[in-house]
Each structure stands twice: as C-alpha cells, then as structure tokens.
Design a protein around this ligand. Structure first.
Ligand SMILES: C[S@@+](CC[C@H](N)C(=O)[O-])C[C@H]1O[C@@H](n2cnc3c(N)ncnc32)[C@H](O)[C@@H]1O
Length: 202
C-alpha cells in the first residue's frame, strides 16, 4: 500500500473504499479556523476536501492515485461543490510547493514507509503561508494493528516523532494522541489518532 499501483487497484473496483465522511480531527481543528485556502494531501475519495469546500474553504485535493482523484471529483460534483475544488496528482514523498501557499495544509492517514512521514511533514510545511496551519493526523502505533505487516506497523507514528520535520518558523499547538473508537467487524475498537497541529508564525 505504499506505492500508487496498489491504490489504483483498490480504487479501480466499483465499491467505495473509504467512509466518505470527514475525519474527526479535521472537523475538530478546521472548525476553529477562518476559512481560506486549503490543501489536503492523500485526499483519497475526498471526504475531507468536500467537507472543507462545504464549509467555505477553497480546496486543492491531492493524491498520487489518479483513480482516487477521479472518484473524489465525481463525489464533489454530486455534492455540488466542484467549483470550489482543484485536484492535483502528486506524490507526497517528492512533493514541492513550488511557490504555492495555503492557509491550511492537511493530511490524514498517509503512512509512507521507513519513517518517511518526517520528510513529508517538512515538504508539506513548505506549502503553508505565514499565519497558516499544518494539520497532520495518522494512526498511533497500537497492539490493535497486530494483523498488519511489520512494515505497515513501522509506518505508524506518534505526533512527537514528526516534530523534527517541522521548520523553525512553526509553533506546535497540538502534539498528542487523541482517542477514538471505530467499529471493525461489528466490534468497537479503541484507537488513537496521532495529531500534530502547528502554526506558521512568519
Ligand atoms: C488511507 S487513505 C486516506 C484517505 C483520506 N485522507 C482519508 O483519511 O479518508 C490514504 C490515501 O493516501 C494516498 N497516498 C498514499 N501514499 C501517498 C503518497 N506518497 N503521496 C500521495 N498520496 C498518497 C492513497 O492513494 C490514499 O488515497
């Protein structure tokens, strides 16, 4: 699941892969901000992008999967917010902002292998404008994920492990693991979202 081909295959079938709902930490944090421009990297089927667009943000949804972006764009048309959204096919591991600046840059459940998320944080920080926010959320390491391969478990992170990727001009506002419950195979499972929220001061 670390390379585009695996995600293209997942998204090529008829069924919806993700919930389509916005992520809990996105809603919690973005609801406190004044809407502006936002970039969501690893946007998948677009649940967060569409939530932001329906809450007055102008959004760019980015993902390395062309099929994922097509699904997300279709969903945005159905919801009637396509005119507030742009789509960008990009790999977070080689991402460069190239002069683009956003008020909010966010990514949820992007888990590159081999500790790669620290470098991704540094890359995404380059797209945050002065006064803007960076929100990074992922799965905290947990015994709950024992069914996954070692490489997948190693790709999980705590929020504090991401701090070396944060440039000096950022103030960390939230660095924590937030509890959340999910239902898996009809059973309630308690997990934690590693949550890093930082504000660019200059
Ligand atoms: C687990 S899904 C999460 C989707 C969405 N953020 C959510 O929370 O519902 C991970 C998404 O990230 C994308 N992705 C994984 N690695 C990526 C990378 N290196 N660059 C860009 N997108 C990536 C996948 O194609 C997939 O759509």
């Amino acid at each position: 699941m670390f390379e585009p081909a695996a995600w293209e295959e997942r998204y090529s079938g008829p069924e919806q892969i993700l919930s389509g709902k916005p992520n809990t930490q996105l809603v919690a944090e973005a609801s406190k901000l004044t809407p502006g421009t936002a970039l969501d990297v690893g946007c998948g089927e677009g649940g967060d992008v569409i939530w932001l667009a329906t809450h007055d943000w102008r959004v760019t949804g980015a993902d390395f999967s062309a099929q994922g972006l097509r699904r997300a764009a279709r969903h945005a048309v159905e919801v009637g917010v396509a005119d507030r959204i742009e789509w960008w096919q990009v790999d977070a591991r080689t991402f460069s902002a190239d002069g683009r600046r956003y008020d909010l840059v966010t990514t949820h459940f992007l888990h590159p292998p081999d500790g790669g998320m620290v470098d991704v944080v540094a890359r995404l920080a380059g797209a945050v404008g002065p006064g803007g926010h960076l929100l990074v959320v992922g799965h905290a390491p947990s015994e709950v994920f024992t069914q996954l391969s070692d490489s997948h478990r190693r790709a999980m992170f705590t929020a504090a492990q991401l701090l070396p990727g944060l440039p000096a001009e950022f103030d960390p506002l939230v660095v924590e693991q937030r509890p959340r419950s999910i239902i898996r195979d009809g059973i309630r499972v308690d997990i934690h979202d590693s949550t890093l929220l930082a504000r660019r001061t200059r």
